[in-house]
Design a protein around this ligand. Structure first.
Ligand code: GUN
Ligand code: ZN
Length: 449
């Protein structure tokens, strides 16, 4: 079990020395030389969970000479990964064979999620899930629990024990699923309201109104979700959209008056600058434009999109300069096949390749750090080493396996070009074995092995 943060290490300033990579701007729009911040010999000073100072070691060390410094030689420090869309109850059914979305939900997903009525069981899996995130260097995630309030409560409780910034909300489902996973829309409205009041802004926890997708909600339920969003404008909206062709066909039948899938959510006031839509694979120019204008975000889930045969996300179009849409990287476990954001970047690269585009290592890391923080409107708190931000960061090993050591015989990079080459090989070959340490609000997470 992870240890709760100790107050001693919180109040005493600490420092880390080594190579640091983060972003000061978006590398999709601004050249790497201006958007990437790489400090080959840097110093990060933090206290009470926040960054106190950050810069070149030679510029800072005289000011912080009395502080004990932990040195990570030959390693690379980056901000903690953010997973913009993941299902904790699906942890135990990852890698389920042979089905595409609708059949996969019926055969594997719904029966598994029904088990989360049992709070003890839900806590056991929530605990495993959060440790698995940390083991993979993910310090923040936007998470779907289930329809059961107790599955939400145990997730937030376990996240708070680890001091992790987790965003989640009770999954709203009122039709087109087994009876064991259906809730009455009014009841769910009341439960969600109570949970928002309990959890939103409680410690590092934040709340997301979470209709599963248009198919499993009645119009009444989506209207109540919209009402909640009006009552609590600073909570998130989190759902799925346009992932699979059969799903889109059924959605059109269920909502015949809506001109497209996005319009279903628009009609109910669910599309705004704190809305995150997972997938958005089969959407047209108009939907991209409307998402851009609303300031909404897309969770790009490449391992899931490949595994479930859903299709290829048009990252290039989403990041166009005419109608830019905020995009963050997401695992979507258990549709996704790995908790590792390195593995997810590796598949994102391949999804881009299949469409004649190349995703640079810097763009990929941006999508899992500052880009995802922006998608959550949390860039003032997360996603880079800027002074005042929360000290969530990880230590990466570019030589984590014999093959990676052969590929990267010298782990340290002096220039941005050298770093791009070495870090790219790590992103393609790496996984949880590359995560040497995960710091959550300045505390080294202790993760069960
Ligand atoms: N759409 C509705 N529910 C789900 C889910 O659990 N996983 C994925 N990938 N898509 C969904
Ligand atoms: Zn999902």
């Amino acid at each position: 079990m992870s240890q709760a943060a100790t107050s001693l290490s919180d109040s005493t300033p600490q420092a880390i020395r080594g190579a640091f990579l983060d972003f000061v701007d978006d590398p999709f729009y601004v050249a790497a030389s201006e958007s990437v911040r790489y400090i080959p010999d840097g110093l990060l000073v933090f206290q009470q969970g926040k960054v106190l100072a950050f810069g070149a070691y030679q510029d800072l060390h005289s000011n912080y000479g009395a502080i004990e410094v932990t040195q990570y030689s030959g390693k690379l420090m980056v901000p903690g990964f953010i997973d913009l869309h993941v299902h904790y109850p699906q942890t135990e059914m990852i890698a389920a064979y042979g089905a595409q979305l609708m059949e996969w939900l019926e055969t594997y997903t719904f029966p598994t999620e029904a088990k989360f009525k049992d709070a003890d069981y839900a806590r056991k899996i929530a605990s495993f899930f959060l440790d698995e995130l940390l083991r993979n260097g993910t310090t923040t995630a936007l998470v779907l629990p289930t329809i059961f309030p107790q599955s939400v409560q145990v997730l937030f409780e376990e996240a708070q024990r680890r001091n992790m910034r987790i965003i989640a909300g009770q999954v709203l489902m009122s039709r087109n699923a087994p009876d064991s996973l259906l809730n009455d829309a009014e009841t769910a409205y009341g439960q969600t309201k109570e949970q928002i009041q309990t959890w939103h802004g409680n410690g590092r926890s934040l709340y997301a109104i979470t209709p599963r997708f248009a198919i499993t909600s009645t119009a009444e339920e989506l209207a109540l979700a919209g009402k909640l969003k009006r009552e609590f404008p600073d909570v998130y909206v989190h759902t799925h959209m346009s992932e699979n062709l059969k799903e889109i066909e059924l959605t059109a039948k269920l909502f015949p008056d809506c001109k497209d899938y996005l319009n279903v959510y628009e009609q109910f006031g669910l599309v705004g600058d704190r809305s995150v839509f997972a997938h958005c694979i089969h959407i047209d120019d108009s939907a991209f434009q409307r998402l851009s204008e609303a300031g909404a975000a897309i969770a790009f889930c490449p391992t899931s999109n490949l595994f479930l045969g859903s299709g290829l996300f048009k990252l290039g179009q989403a990041k166009s300069s005419q109608y830019p849409v905020k995009v963050g990287l997401a695992t979507d476990v258990g549709g996704g096949t790995s908790f590792s954001q390195l593995q997810t970047m590796s598949d994102a690269y391949k999804v881009a390749q299949l469409q004649g585009e190349s995703l640079s290592v810097f763009k990929a890391f941006y999508l899992a750090t500052l880009g995802a923080a922006k998608a959550l409107a949390l860039e003032d708190k997360l996603g880079s080493f800027d002074v005042g931000k929360e000290a969530d960061f990880i230590v990466l090993d570019l030589q984590a396996t014999p093959l990676m050591a052969l590929r990267n015989p010298v782990p340290h990079a002096e220039s941005l070009d050298q770093l791009a080459e070495k870090a790219f090989a790590m992103m393609i070959l790496g996984d949880d074995r590359s995560i040497v340490a995960t710091y959550v609000a300045g505390n080294l997470a202790s993760i069960p092995t």
